[in-house]
Every structure is written in C-alpha cells, then in structure tokens.
Design a protein around this ligand. Structure first.
Ligand SMILES: Nc1ncnc2c1ncn2[C@@H]1O[C@H](COP(=O)(O)OP(=O)(O)OP(=O)(O)O)[C@@H](O)[C@H]1O
Length: 377
C-alpha cells in the first residue's frame, strides 16, 4: 500500500515536473483522488464488458430485474420424481356436448320450418298488396297479418284460427275477402280455398237446414283433402250477418278445440256488418278502432255464442274518411277508363253523406256508392 502511494507520488512529480512546487498540498490531494477514482471505474467497466461478452452476465436493466422477480418457479432436478395430481375426466362432458349439438339442430330446424311456412303462403306479398289495395284500414290490416303470420308459421295447432272482421257498409269487407281468396288460391290448391257468400250459397230462408248440412259437408270434405295434401285450407265466409242461426251453430262446432287434428289446422275468415254500431260510435269518439274489441265482443255475444269461442279473433274495420273515398273514386275512374280529374272527384265526394267528429269527416256509406256514381259518368 505504501509502495503504491510512493509510486503515485513519483508519478505526480514526473507529471508536474517543475510545477510540483507551485501546487498546494490540497490540490495535489484532489488530483490524486481523481486519478484513483478513474483507474477503479475503468477496471470495473473492463471486467463487466468481458463478462457480458462471454455470456456469463447480462447488463442489469430494470426490466430484467423485474422479470427475474416474476419467475418464482421451483425447478426440480431432472432425476427427481414429481407426482402431479391426475386430471379427472368427467364422463358427463361428451354427453353434454352431444346434447348441446342436438338442441342447436332442433332450434335451427324449427326456425327454418317457420320461415318455410311463411314463405309458402307469401305473407309478405299479401301484406304488400293489401296495403296497396285497401284504403284507410291500416290497423285492421296489421292485426290481420299478425294473426296470419302467427298461425301459418307452424303446421300443428291446438285450435283453428277464426278471424272475424266487422265494419260498417262500404268500408271494404267484401273487397278484403276477394283479395284474401285470390291470394290464397294462388298459394295453395284452388280447391282448398272456399269463398262462401251467404246470399249466393243459401238464398232461400226456408232451406236453412239444408244449407247448414251442405256447409258442414263442404267444410269436412275440404279439410280431409287438405289433410291429405298436408296443407291448411281457407274458408272465407262473407255476409255472415245474413247467416241464419243453424249455419252459425255449424260453424261454432268447427271451432272447438276437441276435434281431430285436421279440423284444428284450418283458417276461417268471417266478414260481417254485425256490431257496426258499436264500431261507428267508438271510431267517432276515439278516431281509431283501438280498444273497440271488448265492446264489440260484448255486442256480438248477444247475437250468437260463436263469437265467444276462444278461436275467434275480432278485427274491427274503421270508418272511411273523405280522403279514402277520394282514393276509391280515383281507382274506380282509372279502372273504367276515365281521366281521374281531381276537381271532378272532389265534386263527386261532396255528394256523399258524412259523420263529422272533431276535424274529421267519415263517409257514412264508405266507398259503397263509388261504383254507382262512376258508372253514371
Ligand atoms: N277500404 C277500401 N279500399 C278500397 N276500396 C274499397 C274500400 N272499401 C270499399 N271499397 C270499394 O267499395 C266498394 C264496396 O266495398 P265492399 O263491398 O267491400 O264494402 P262492404 O264493407 O262489404 O260493404 P257492405 O257491408 O255494404 O257489403 C267495392 O267496389 C270496393 O272495391
């Protein structure tokens, strides 16, 4: 150690040469300390670099320190026996998987079937044409389509569907019946769509029993045929207000849910002016048919128990406003080859009688007189 100090002193004297005498002892001490420090740090750097280059040491960055701390796994020597706990295989797992696959396929099939049925009857096409050709009845059409969509999306049913449409004269009941018959005839076998008009099919009041048994026979035959063809038959019965009680009795028996299967897969559409007073009063007060169902059912139940059957869905048709009558005139004039002059049509519409409620005008006979008036032009 002393020899080292002596050596350093010698060095200083060599370096300083003549200046030795000039430097103060404190300054000399500082120079000595600095040199010593530089020497040490050089030797540390050299040894670190050599360790890094031969792979025995990595430079310690904060990251390596961090990752080292994280790896706290216990390493066993290679020849040690480690008994890990055995993984238990559940026997229920494959069954659960199989079950899930079966459920998925079933649900997928059911959805496909629903789509198939709805496509088969082209209910979207029907809805489009009804909205295009029937004026002023958006609520009724919406209800009608909802019931048809629900019912026709499956083939197995607990009861038949009976849609009973009611409304005042000239609001489009027969018009709607014709459109429905035309649509379903183009979708299913023509013979499975029966369009029954009371005045035409049962004109004589004294032959009511005969009419009733004929109607019953016709329904049974068509239903049996539909069952063979795996299709749903449609019975559209117009002018139900003219049907004598025995015919309504027959219809009621076909609406029961305790019948054989084929009689449950049937759609009936009843069109009548029964209950029109209730609907007219409701529309004049509420400007809508919404909420008219309850008073309508009450009124109909007094006429015949048929309308108390759970299978029967009531659909009230609204009164037509003046603007809808104008649409009827324009349509009819175009059909008859007349130029649909709006001022002329307005004059024709003025000739009709109206109910007035708030700012609305409802035609008392709907579009009933339109054809007659256009024919006089
Ligand atoms: N809402 C409507 N949209 C388009 N046309 C209509 C509408 N209502 C009636 N019409 C037309 O008016 C005429 C008479 O209508 P429709 O025979 O359907 O009335 P209705 O409700 O059956 O009346 P009624 O109870 O007196 O027999 C038909 O030519 C029909 O095309």
């Amino acid at each position: 150690m002393d020899a080292q100090v002596e050596k350093e002193r010698g060095d200083e004297e060599k370096e300083g040469g003549q200046s030795t005498s000039i430097l103060s002892p404190q300054l000399k001490a500082m120079i000595r300390i600095k040199k010593k420090y530089l020497k040490r740090s050089n030797s540390v750097r050299l040894s670190t670099n050599s360790a890094v280059s031969d792979g025995s040491l990595h430079p310690k960055s904060p990251q390596t320190r961090k990752s080292k701390r994280r790896k706290s796994r216990v390493l066993f020597p290679n020849d040690a026996l480690i008994f890990k706990p055995k993984k238990e295989r559940s026997g229920a797992k494959p069954f659960l998987l199989l079950f899930s696959v079966i459920v998925f396929i079933q649900v997928y099939n059911a959805i496909e079937n629903l789509d198939d049925h709805v496509l088969k009857y082209d209910l979207e096409g029907l809805e489009r044409s009804l909205h295009r050709e029937v004026f002023g009845q958006p609520e009724a059409l919406e209800e009608l389509m909802e019931h048809l969509n629900d019912y026709l999306s499956t083939y197995a049913h607990q009861q038949p569907l009976a849609l009973s449409l009611h409304g005042a004269s000239g609001v489009g009941k027969s018009h709607l019946g014709r459109l429905l018959a035309r649509h379903f005839r183009s979708m299913v076998d023509d013979k499975l769509v029966v369009h029954y008009l009371s005045k035409h099919h049962c004109p004589l009041q004294d032959a009511v029993q005969l009419c009733a048994s004929k109607l019953s026979q016709r329904i049974s035959e068509v239903v049996a045929r539909a069952e063979e063809e795996e299709q749903i038959p449609f019975f559209i019965l117009d002018e139900v207000e003219l049907m004598p009680s025995p015919l309504l009795d027959i219809l009621q028996t076909f609406l029961q849910s305790n019948q054989t299967n084929e009689f449950l897969n049937v759609v009936y559409v009843f069109l009548s002016s029964l209950g029109q007073r209730v609907i007219t009063a409701h529309v004049l007060q509420n400007a809508s048919t919404a909420g008219a169902h309850k008073p309508l059912r009450r009124a109909l139940s007094l006429i015949h128990p048929l309308w108390m059957e759970p299978a029967v869905e009531l659909i009230p048709l609204s009164l037509l406003e003046r603007e809808h009558v104008i649409q009827c005139f324009l349509e009819e004039m175009t059909l008859e080859g007349f130029f649909p002059d709006l001022s002329h049509v307005e004059r024709l519409a003025d000739e009709l009688a109206y109910h007035t409620a708030a700012v609305r005008q409802y035609a008392q006979t709907g579009c009933r007189q339109v054809v007659g008036k256009v024919n006089l032009l």
